[in-house]
Ligand binder design. Structure first.
Ligand SMILES: Cc1ncc(COP(=O)(O)O)c(C=O)c1O
Length: 408
């Protein structure tokens, strides 16, 4: 076992992951560190003790303070941010707000997140607009698509732009293949063609450097429960100034601050009826927690462990990862193709048998993903993970491969 993934000043005991569980799926749902749980509980306690005082006199200021801290951290003016429950809500708000007409096109490459496709398909269907979905990468789908150069992502997207393109939607880090997309380059091209860009960024927060002022996208949707380890139920939507007044909420409520503050574009989303905003208000606690290690150290350490994982899995599975071995292409999460036998169709919605076995036999939480008919083992490495856990995964994978061969 190598000494990777273990030099941080935070450790597994800073989380409350149950004993015996090897948690390798921070990318889907990140466990919340104890101090962040405590911060959230304290905000909930204050709300529960005095809801009138909290909603009328405390909430506006507390949201401003939390947005200021987040904005500083992601290079955004807090006046351009609003807290939302998660990236899905943010994307729905954008889809609700963009004025589409029959024949308009929304450009989503064919590696985008399934729920995001559904959101835009529904928005397009309402008015007779259409989704344009260019294939990216090299190869046909008899093998997992491979990537060698960013042009294999950028060019198909650029080539698919037409005079009817109303928006480009692109992940910052993809879900099924854990791949970092060149969003800076996509934004630059889109700007030169006068097309707005909406970035689907839940995996990128903390995992990737982010400066929204420099990036100059039009919308950025994120969940903060993933790599930042903020509470579940916290996310944000960034909206460039020119779009803010036209923004339509996914739910309609009062559309104003209960505390009597002057109107602003966030009002519709800040008050969605009576609810507990504690997850948003505890976001600064998650930033503080990560800064105890240092965000650069976090990135280096989690990438080192992910790189180790990649090498070990490639060896055991006899498969090569589909992207170059560089931090520009993957950071704290890697997806390695499973052997072709694993691609057999299972019942729709069923959890892949390998994922089930890793949980049932080894208490390993992990994700088997699917992209264009191919299965991948996607491993997430956060600060609480260690090389010993990756070695444990490899032993389990070796056994699974042996059992699968015997079963033939
Ligand atoms: C690329 C991508 N977009 C959007 C989402 C949706 O995130 P959430 O469920 O937090 O809204 C996910 C979730 O994993 C994702 O991976």
């Amino acid at each position: 076992m190598q000494d990777v993934g273990s030099s941080s000043i935070v450790s597994r005991s800073d989380w409350s992951i149950p004993d015996g569980v090897t948690y390798l799926n921070h990318g889907s749902f990140g466990p919340t560190p104890r101090v962040v749980q405590a911060a959230r509980e304290e905000w909930s306690r204050r709300l529960s003790a005095d809801p009138m005082g909290f909603f009328l006199r405390e909430l506006d200021g507390a949201l401003n303070t939390a947005a200021a801290r987040l904005g500083k951290w992601i290079g955004a003016d807090p006046r351009d941010l609003v807290f939302v429950d998660n990236a899905t809500v943010g994307m729905n708000v954008v889809a609700q707000s963009l004025k589409l007409e029959a024949g308009d096109e929304v450009l989503l490459n064919d590696h985008e997140y399934g729920a995001v496709f559904r959101i835009w398909r529904a928005a397009c269907d309402r008015v007779g607009a259409k989704i344009v979905s260019p294939a990216i990468g090299t190869g046909d789908d008899s093998q997992p698509r491979r990537f060698h150069d960013v042009s294999e992502i950028v060019q198909p997207i650029a080539n698919a732009i037409t005079s009817r393109t109303k928006l480009i939607v692109i992940s910052h880090v993809t879900s099924p293949t854990a791949m970092v997309f060149p969003v800076e380059e996509i934004c630059r091209i889109a700007r030169s063609r006068g097309i707005p860009v909406c970035i689907d960024g839940p995996h990128a927060i903390a995992m990737r450097p982010l400066n929204l002022q420099k990036l100059e996208c039009d919308f950025y949707c994120a969940s903060l429960h993933k790599w930042l380890s903020a509470p579940l139920g916290s996310g944000f939507l960034y909206v460039r100034r020119k779009w803010q007044q036209g923004l339509k909420p996914h739910l309609t409520s009062w559309g104003r601050s209960l505390g009597g503050c002057p109107p602003r574009w966030q009002d519709d989303l800040n008050w969605l009826g009576t609810r507990d905003p504690a997850p948003f208000l505890a976001v600064p606690a998650a930033i503080d927690f990560l800064e105890r290690t240092g965000v650069e150290e976090f990135r280096q350490q989690t990438h080192a462990l992910t790189q180790y994982t990649r090498g070990r899995l490639e060896q055991i599975l006899g498969q090569t990862a589909t992207i170059p071995n560089s931090i520009d292409w993957y950071a704290s999460m890697i997806a390695v193709p499973l052997p072709p036998d694993s691609n057999k169709k299972s019942r729709p919605n069923a959890i892949h048998p390998l994922q089930q076995e890793l949980w049932n036999q080894h208490q390993i939480e992990i994700l088997v993903t699917e992209c264009h008919g191919h299965r991948y083992l996607r491993v997430s490495c956060h600060l609480y993970n260690s090389a010993a856990e990756i070695d444990q995964l490899c032993v389990a994978m070796q056994k699974w491969l042996e059992d699968s061969t015997e079963g033939h």
